[in-house]
Design a protein around this ligand. Structure first.
Ligand code: IMP
Length: 435
């Protein structure tokens, strides 16, 4: 049995979809443990492209099981849409291959409304203290807020009409007061939510169950389990660039709370590292390059959000950020993605440390006021102009690309496990057997 957790070590969008898909071949169970449909993976399987936001990519492989753990927040309409799309393309989603935890929280329409309202700063002076995060607008934060304040509705509640109505009614008292007084939004009626519950339950009931029990059974039967992280280490609610973060634990440890995995079961942690850095939304980004280099990276890497289509901010690889992720998630090896995108971009740089008040710092400062004052200290690397998509071993790569990887490995502080040299599955240099 092997248990592998795949986590992002930057600000998300590291290209987890392809790597998770590669590893899924040898996994028996693929588990999501945090986030929701703020995530988005594009996968190419059998020549077909699939964009998945909630259902773990294991579903695309016959004979595998996919779980959505209790730590995920679920928008039932998105889930139903994904199940329908998969079915229309011949991928059967059945209670035998897919379970969503009864304890996963439900993203309600009022969560999306609140997310949107908070991201629109009011005109005038009162904009002062409000932080605009640049969220995906999917209702993720407000749903996790209700979970923490014990006002949430869980997937299991969709099957209990009376409990659903009383809890939704109580939540509406507060939400409608906010909509009326602060956000000038229309109030939401309970009958509207009750009708949704009925529709959601009718479609999703067969899939709602005890996902933990499925996981524990797989672990005790010695099966291979893959935890599919979403977003990235610097977006973690506790250790990221707060408040410009998502609302969940994006680190490997999230698999414990968010799926019920015993901490000691996590064998390997694969940290995804894009060969450069991107970020969507607001917040500090020390190695960002606003000029032509950043624009060329965005075009070459097609750096536009899978979920929102927003252009991503681009910059040099930041080994300080990745080193911090290695420490936080206990990353045992690195999966470098999109190395091919750097082709022809000229000389490259990797931030090896930051200078803060005259001192060199090697990890991300925990407060963004300090981070905003950090000046990256760069290591210069040669660029490469060759097409590397045919490389299958490190020795197939041009010298400059190899030296860039050596530098990355040394500065980030974990060994390379694989290097992706193109979007296709086969365009990979595999250096480690994960399962
Ligand atoms: P939220 O998760 O929608 O609340 O957004 C909070 C922050 O996390 C914003 O800066 C988003 O752009 C960012 N974010 C959320 N999900 C992803 C993702 O899958 N990739 C990259 N950034 C993300």
């Amino acid at each position: 049995m092997t248990v592998v957790a795949v986590v992002g070590s930057q600000w998300g969008d590291e290209g987890k979809g392809k790597v998770v898909d590669l590893l899924t071949d040898a996994a028996d169970l693929v588990v999501r443990f945090q986030g929701g449909n703020n995530a988005g993976h594009t996968l190419v399987v059998g020549g077909e492209s699939y964009a998945l936001h909630l259902v773990p990519s294991g579903i695309l492989h016959p004979g595998k099981r996919a779980l959505v753990g209790n730590g995920v927040v679920v928008d039932p309409d998105v889930l139903i849409g994904e199940i329908d799309d998969l079915a229309a393309r011949g991928v059967e989603v059945t209670p035998g291959n897919f379970t969503v935890s009864a304890s996963a929280h439900v993203i309600m329409p009022y969560h999306r409304m609140l997310d949107g309202a908070r991201e629109r700063p009011p005109a005038g002076d009162c904009a002062g203290g409000r932080v605009v995060i640049g969220t995906t607008g999917r209702g993720i934060g407000p749903c996790y807020e209700d979970k923490a304040s014990r006002q949430g509705l869980r997937m299991g509640d969709l099957l209990l009409p009376e409990r659903f109505s009383s809890r939704a009614g109580a939540a509406l008292l507060e939400k409608n007061a906010l909509f009326r007084t602060l956000y000038a939004l229309p109030e939401v009626g309970l009958p509207e939510l009750e009708a949704l519950r009925e529709r959601w339950a009718a479609r999703l009931a067969p899939f709602i169950g005890d996902a933990r029990a499925v996981l524990w059974e797989a672990l005790s039967a010695g099966r291979n389990v893959l935890f599919e992280g979403a977003q990235g280490s610097q977006l973690d609610i506790d250790h990221g660039t707060y408040p410009y973060v998502t609302s969940s634990t994006t680190l490997s440890g999230g698999a414990c709370g968010g799926a019920g995995a015993p901490p000691r079961s996590l064998g390997k942690v694969l940290g995804l590292v894009k060969a450069y850095t991107t970020r969507v939304g607001e917040g500090p980004f020390p190695t960002e390059v606003a000029g032509p280099f950043g624009e060329r990276l965005r075009e070459a890497g097609r750096e536009y959000g899978t979920t929102t289509g927003r252009p991503r901010r681009c910059g040099h690889l930041d080994a300080v950020a990745v080193r911090t992720a290695v420490a936080l998630s206990g990353i045992t090896s690195l999966a470098v993605t999109k190395l091919d995108v750097l082709r022809g971009l000229g000389p490259l740089k990797i931030a090896e440390s930051y200078r803060l008040d005259g001192e060199l710092v090697r990890h991300m400062p925990p407060d963004i006021r300090d981070l905003a004052r950090c000046e990256p200290v760069y290591r210069d690397c040669d660029g490469f102009g060759e097409d590397i998509s045919g490389a299958r071993r490190l020795s197939d790569l041009p010298g400059a690309a190899r030296r860039y990887l050596d530098c990355l490995e040394e500065l980030c502080g974990a060994p390379l496990g694989l290097v992706s040299v193109g979007p296709e599955r086969g365009e990979t240099v595999l250096l480690e057997k994960f399962f």
